[in-house]
Design a protein around this ligand. Structure first.
Ligand code: ZN
Length: 161
């Protein structure tokens, strides 16, 4: 597992930013690797940090997400966020996944976002620390942009720049 570091935060901030869940998911990413039966694929690139990932989705005929995986390399935040994403989207339908993508990207991009989140998204509170680090927001939202791109069937890679 490659975990690149471009951290400019001080030690206290880092310990707060990298909560236990983030560390766990970055060291042991869930659903990591190529998905053989993928129906939808999207790439995400965050040049600012050097994060690159490819998100795979397998959709059923009824528009639910049967399986999901990702591969790539990046900082701990980007990998943990993608890992949490794949955990969350397996088994839900695409409209819900798109709604989650919107909610999470908006939340992480807004410093004064409301405290409440849907119960299903509670794990993602672990990513909230990035809201105080604008340079890391793109790391955390990269996979969610890729999710939207994959579901909307856009072929081009999404870049945060
Ligand atoms: Zn990053």
């Amino acid at each position: 597992m490659m975990v690149a570091g471009t951290h400019d935060a001080n030690a206290d901030d880092v310990s707060d930013l990298y909560r236990e869940l983030i560390i766990d998911h970055s060291r042991h990413p869930r659903h990591f690797g190529q998905l053989d039966n993928a129906t939808h694929v999207a790439e995400g690139i965050n040049p600012l940090c050097g994060d690159r990932l490819r998100l795979y989705l397998q959709l059923d005929e009824d528009d639910s997400i049967r399986d999901a995986s990702f591969e790539g390399s990046g900082c701990a935040i980007s990998v943990a966020s993608a890992s949490l994403l794949t955990d969350l989207v397996i088994g839900i339908d695409t409209s819900r996944a798109l709604a989650y993508s919107k909610e999470i990207t908006e939340r992480l991009s807004t410093a004064d976002a409301p405290a409440d989140l849907a119960v299903e998204l509670e794990k993602l509170m672990a990513l909230d620390g990035v809201r105080r680090f604008p340079s890391r927001v793109k790391c955390a939202t990269l996979a969610w942009h890729a999710l939207k791109s994959a579901l909307l069937g856009k072929q081009a890679a999404v870049s945060t720049e």
